[in-house]
Each structure stands twice: as structure tokens, then as C-alpha cells.
Ligand binder design. Sequence first.
Ligand code: C2O
Length: 487
Amino acid sequence: GPVSELVIANSNASPDGFTRSSVAVLAGGTHPGPTIMAQKGDTFKINVTNQLSNESMLTSTSIHWHGLFQHHSNQMDGVAFVTQCPIAPGHTFLYEFSAGDQVGTYWYHSHYGAQYCDGLRGPLIIYDPHDPYRSLYDIDDESTIITLMDWYHLPSPQVQEPAAVNSVLINGVGRYDGGPDVPFAVINVQPRKRYRFRLLNMACKPNFIFSIDGHNLTIIEVDGQYVKPLVVDSIQIHASQRYSFILETNQPVDNYWVHAGPSEGTNATAILRYACSPNADPKNRTTLNSAALNETSLHPLYPPPSRLLQKPDVKLDVVIGFNLTRFIFSINNVQYTSPSIPVLLQILSGAMTAADFAPNGTVYTLPRNKVIEISVNANVLSGGPHPFHLHGHSFAVVRSAGSSGYNYVNPVMRDTVSTGNPGDYVTIRFITDNPGPWLLHCHIEWHLYTGLALVFAEAPEDVAASQPVNDAWKQLCPIYNSLPQQN
Ligand code: C2O
């Protein structure tokens, strides 16, 4: 399996031509960080060395592998104060886990404060040697990755809500208003081929309307789940979501604009360049007008477990609250604040019912092996859209934002779903087959930071047996030895 070394260090960055005097958190000296590539079934061994020293940003760290379920390895989920203590400067921690049979498009990012907005993020791809689409679509090439990110000229601890995006980056480069003409990212293709492109929104805030002039996009994967092919001409992609689409290079040899229109900030562009076309900017073209992506048109390639489509065992409402004067969020009237003792450690020390956990009200317990239905409701005052991500699971979206009804037949499975306009709601279902504490949160990092999260303690009574923590993990938490041990 892939053995990777990620050295986290401070370094100057100028992806949009503005050099941040305060230093970015960078993985391996690049932004975004290097792509972690694996094959289906691999064991991951990723050694993270923390060399951070710049006090204007956080100097501790932790890394989350977004979308990987971490079956029997909750302690490797990388969420500071939920599944581990942060890695202190000067320390190293080995993340070791299996992704089981998961394949597709994922990413990794810091899960400590809003640190990923300072640069600690990168793609993580799991290839499948027996990918059904490779033969179905006769895919010639699946090496293209397109990352969309936002960038700030201030270090994350100094960004004030509402956070002002300075620039949008496509594959790590972009422009800001009044800034220099940084060269656009170029995506090189050969004519008359079929490509699998992977599109990732690794932003801290905006969603994007993504399109490529003159080309249809045939979506085949959503957040690591295969879907029935769906032809669209644009994709609205929310923070932390991923799509794979087939792009046929069936147009005249030329340059074509790639667009990422953010919900906030200036439109970003890149260039799709057919081999042998001039080294020049594309011409402007009228759009295709086939169809924008509608989430309700996405359907799984393989049917979801039939239990998910029957009656849920537990129903829970997640009501988003917002206090405009203090600019803080809450769920069911509780503002999430980071526990001082990681929730996993609290479980290993005997916490079993919601009332046992601190801080009070942010941890919900879920019984094992049940169908859970959650409706996330952003009332009119709490804004939106809010992209909600659940750790440890993918879920069926039985009601999409803006939808006229429920889909109990062939709902799309994914790991991040967005509420729609203020007042709208989404409903998701998942099966509690993965004991451990898992975060549910808005993936707009500034909202998570100000309280828009909760923790599910899933089957806490089964955690000690299924998730033995190792010595390195214990050493991250100096408090470990002074707590009562249940195992
Ligand atoms: Cu991308 Cu809490 O995760």
C-alpha cells in the first residue's frame, strides 16, 4: 500500500500573485498538497510530521481523510478533539488504516481549527483495477484532477466572519481583483479521446458552477459512489463534494474556457487545451444549454441497501440556528465548541449516554445497526446553502434541497449534501454499522468554526472492542494516563 510522508511546514505562498507575509500551512511545500494515490484494497500508512512554527496560524495539526469510512479505525479519522488530540509541533504521527473496498475521489485536509484554509489540503484518489466504467466507456485516461479552492490573504485565525474570499483557485492558481495576471491553469488533452475528469471542491466556503465551453459532462461518480451516467453542461459543486465525469474531446482542435463561477468572489477560469492548438487564450463561445445538474437526477449505479428505503428506526431533526449579532451558529440551540477531551477518549473512559459527554449537548448517541433519518433544516434566518458532511458514512439523500418530494426508490448516495435556500431542508438516511464518534457538520469551514456541528457517538458500548488505540495515539493526549480506562 501507499506509504506517504507528509511534512507539514510553514512556507510562503502566492497562488494568486499576492505573497502572504504570514505563512501558509503547506503539505510538502506545495498548495494544494500532493495527490495521495492508492489502489482498491491498499492499506494506508501516512506519516505526518509537524514542523509548524508560525504562531500567527495554528502550530498543532491533525489530518482527516474526507469520505473514507474508517471502519474499525475511528481513531485515524483525524478530527482534533473528536477522534484524537492534535499533533503538537515537532511531533510525528502515523495514520494507518484500510479503506476497505472504497474507490473513487476523496481528499485530505487539516481538521484542526480552520487550518485547511491556510493550505493543508490535497486530493486522495483510490483507483479500481476493475472499474466498471473503464470498459463501459472505453476510458482512455483517468489522470486528470481539477481542484477548486478559495484563498484568503489573511491567516485563518484573523479571518473575520463573514469571511471575505480574496480569490478562487483552479488547480492551485487564480487571480484577485487588482492583482497580477497570473497564468491560467491549463488542462491538456488529446483530440478524439474519452477522459475521466475528477472535480473536487476543496474550498472553505464557496460553491461553484463548473462548466467547460463546448463540452458536455457525463457524471459517473459522486463522492466516491458510482452513479448512473448523467449528461449535464454544468455542475454546482459545494464545499467538500466531488464528481467524476466523462469528457469526450470531440470538438475542433482549439482552446476552450473552463469556468468555476463561485457563490462569492470573482469568476475563475482555466484553459482546456487540445494538443496542437495555439498557446493562446480561448475564444468566447455561447454555452451548450443542455442541462445544469439537478441532484434529484443522480441515481446510484448499484442499488443502496434496501433497509435504507424502508421505515427509519430513528428520526432526528437538525435545526440550524444563527445569531447575527455574535455571528455564531448552533444546532438545536447548542453551539458546537471543541471538547477539551476528545470524544473517543471520553468513550474509552466510560461515557455512554449523551449526558455523560462534555461539553453538554453537542454529542448525540446512536444505537447500533439501525436506520437513522436526519432532516437538516436551515430556517429562513440561518442562511444557506449549508453543505453538510457526515463522517464515517455515506448516506442516501431521500430529499434534496428544492425538491418537490421524497425518493425512496433510487436516491443518490453521497457524503456531503447541501441545504438549499434559506428555509429549505434536506433529508438523509444511513445505517449505524460503524461504531465510533463521527462529526456531522457544515463544510463551510467558518461555520464549523463558529458552531455548526455535532458529534454522533455511534454504538459507544462497542467502541473499545472495535477500535483499539495504539501507543502513538495515547501519546498525543498527555491527559490519557490520568483518565479511568475501560478497556
Ligand atoms: Cu472534510 Cu469534517 O470534513
